[in-house]
Ligand binder design. Structure first.
Ligand code: WTA
Length: 654
């Protein structure tokens, strides 16, 4: 845990508005009332294993039933022990026997306006074929496949194909640099990479294959690369290693039985930032993960057979894994997938897509809502948004102002909003209103999902009183929890199960109000949330220090109206180096090269000394104050000096 005090995370927010679900909505929803939620919650509380076991039976298809719901050797959990199942089977095959077989599974929209619809039957055929391609290339159960792709249907096909044969996928967001890609491929020792020549973004082409080529110069585990031709960008194909998707698919058989996999078989690894320079490979397994993704999709989004559902996340993040693909397809619903940015070719692109496909359920990030609301309501007003019946948010706290705009302008004051708190590690939504049951308060994620026992505690694990800030923890294992950090159980234990005794520590601060509602206050560790994307301060610091001119650096987040947090880097240069605007730009580009554009520092501030405590620890709290403009150093020349402030702070704290 970082140098935060409890006052730091005590909220100053006071939001009293209450938005009750409309009775027409409640009547038709899966969980219809507060009383129904309370019953589910209490039932799960009394007998968690019974609760989850029953759902696993009713919501999923098993080849062989489990013999034990939970094997809990803290902090290591196994769910549905002895059972065998397959995620691809649950998302595809089981829908082929009835009327869903010709229903749209994926409706895809390219950035340039091209569109493709894959029915369940179509998707099943493509997935079976690509699963055979993987097999033909020597990929076996348990092998890792890295996926580095734009938001195109082949990405969905690739991940479901891995799941079908028991290959563990590791999807790397297309915005990461070649260096970041290489590190992730090497950590997972991937055998095969699936990519595309490029993808469309903001009207231009981003290259991908080129970056994979660069990464593979130092990634010896990779034997094969499969390349989708998306943009027609010229690429060089290495003989014997690189193959075109369309060539391989041409001759592939469309018959590939879904493998019967143990419930604990690793489905995917997803790298996420932590408090060290090295991202963690969060491991999710099969049965428990799918149950979490499936039941939350159904109850939180109130998914119905006739719904068209759209989540705007990128599949490179956990939200896309659970709520574009696995949880949504497992329910046999229709998922819209969009390749591009919200503002291309104009700021109404999201609303145009909602109108075009008559989207009923829309799930996005607060940062997108804030950015789009700034552009004015004339953009959404140009479109018929009357198909919408439910809205959701994820990724960061939503400020009440943005919530109200979403509610009034997008939801026409008729749609419930689900503010869903969860993490890469939790696999599925943990704290959220159930839309027909729980009145919303703008800015609050409200109450835990049934079966999830969340609490706000102090450092000793003691529950804090209402409206006092503390640490957000989960006190019991849950089916979709991460199982470990890839090949690093020690880090798993230390990161999540050590700071506060006996419970899972999320890294977030929170408070509960007198109604028991959760108000998430953001990270209390050295992880930032930039536009809803997680980035470790240490990761950016190591990138900066790897530049020859930099001696030392400290990165902190600063409040930002649109992005939530912006990246502020304090940099001390090597002796003999002089600060300049040009060097600032060079350092920014260097971070982009090392990590990716998402990590580009918004500000670089040169200082000849970083403020430190007597024991040599960087005083991040002081830097956060400076970055936020709460503390002035008086001198705004290129080279700042914080030693005076640090000294004052010392005397204060001594
Ligand atoms: C933050 C994204 C407030 C939180 C699914 C968490 C939120 C981190 C919310 C996980 C929310 C996510 N309200 N904060 N509704 N949802 N967060 O792993 O700090 O990319 O720890 O998973 O995002 O980010 P991750």
């Amino acid at each position: 845990m970082a140098d935060h005090t409890e006052e730091d995370i005590t909220s100053v927010l006071h939001e009293n508005r209450l938005f009750k679900p409309k009775s027409e909505f409640s009547k038709q929803s899966h969980v219809k009332s507060r009383a129904a939620y309370d019953r589910l919650y209490k039932k799960a509380e009394k007998d968690p294993e019974g609760f989850w076991g029953e759902l696993a039976k009713s919501e999923l298809h098993w080849f062989k039933p489990w013999t034990k719901v939970l094997d809990w050797k803290p902090p290591f959990a196994k769910w549905f022990v002895g059972g065998t199942t397959n995620v691809s089977f649950n998302c595809l095959d089981r829908h082929l026997d009835g009327p869903r077989k010709n229903k749209a599974a994926l409706i895809w929209e390219g950035e340039s306006g091209d569109s493709r619809t894959l029915t369940y039957q179509d998707l099943h055929r493509e997935v079976s074929k690509f699963a055979n391609v993987l097999k033909n290339k020597g990929v076996k159960k348990g092998d890792r496949v890295a996926i580095y792709m734009p938001m195109i249907p082949e990405l969905a096909i690739a991940m479901l194909s891995c799941a079908r044969i028991g290959a563990t996928h590791s999807i790397i967001f297309g915005g990461f640099s070649a260096a970041a890609l290489r590190d992730r491929i090497n950590d997972a020792e991937a055998k095969l990479v699936v990519t595309a020549d490029g993808g469309y973004r903001k009207g231009g082409v981003i290259t991908l294959k080129e970056k994979v080529d660069e990464a593979l110069e130092a990634a010896p585990s990779v034997e094969t690369m499969i390349v989708v031709n998306r943009t027609g960008t010229e690429v060089s194909m290495k003989k014997g290693r690189d193959f075109w998707w369309h060539d391989e698919m041409q001759g592939a058989s469309a018959v590939c039985k879904a493998a019967a996999l143990s419930s604990e078989h690793p489905l995917f690894i997803l790298y996420t930032s932590g408090t060290t320079g090295k991202p963690k490979g969060v491991v999710h397994t099969t049965g428990g993960y799918l149950l979490g993704a499936t039941i939350t999709s159904k109850w939180v989004f109130d998914l119905k057979e006739e719904d068209t559902y759209w989540c705007t996340a990128d599949i490179g993040w956990v939200t896309g894994h659970s709520y574009i693909i696995y949880g949504i397809l497992s329910n046999g619903a229709t998922s819209v997938m969009y390749e591009g940015v919200p503002t291309y070719p104009a700021p109404d692109r999201f609303w145009a897509i909602v109108e075009k496909y008559r989207v009923n359920i829309f799930y996005t990030a607060p940062t997108a809502i804030r950015a789009l609301s700034k552009l004015g309501k004339e953009w959404p007003k140009k479109h018929d948004l009357s198909s919408l019946r439910l809205l959701g948010t994820v990724g960061e706290p939503i400020n009440p102002e943005a919530w109200m705009w979403y509610h009034a302008v997008i939801g026409g004051r008729r749609c419930p909003i689900v503010d869903t708190w969860w993490q890469t590690e939790t696999g599925a939504i943990m704290i959220t209103p159930l839309p027909g049951a729980i009145p919303a308060k703008p800015g609050s994620a409200t109450l835990p999902f049934p079966g999830i026992s969340a609490e706000v505690v102090n450092k000793d694990g003691k529950k804090v009183p209402p409206n006092v800030g503390g640490y957000l923890v989960i006190t019991r294992p849950w089916p979709s929890m991460l199982r470990t950090v890839w090949r690093n159980p020690k880090r798993y234990k230390e990161t999540y199960w050590s700071d506060i005794p006996g419970v899972y520590f999320s890294g977030d601060g929170a408070r509960r109000d007198k109604d028991g509602y959760f108000w998430i206050m953001g990270r209390v560790d050295d992880v930032m949330n930039i536009s809803g994307h997680r980035l470790g301060t240490m990761e950016i610091e190591s990138a900066l220090v790897s530049h020859p001119t930099v001696a030392e650096s400290a990165v902190v987040g600063a409040p930002d109206e649109i992005k939530g947090t912006s990246v502020c880097a304090f940099v001390t240069l090597e002796l003999g180096q002089s600060p300049s605007e040009d060097l600032k730009n060079k350092l920014k580009s260097h971070v982009v090269k090392e990590i990716g554009a998402i990590a580009r520092p918004d500000q670089i501030r040169f200082t000849d000394n970083l403020p430190k405590t007597r024991s040599g620890k960087i005083m991040r709290r002081l830097l956060r104050d400076i970055a936020a403009g709460r503390e002035s150093v008086g001198d705004t020349s290129t080279l700042e000096d914080y030693t005076v402030l640090a000294k004052l702070r010392h005397d204060d704290e001594a």
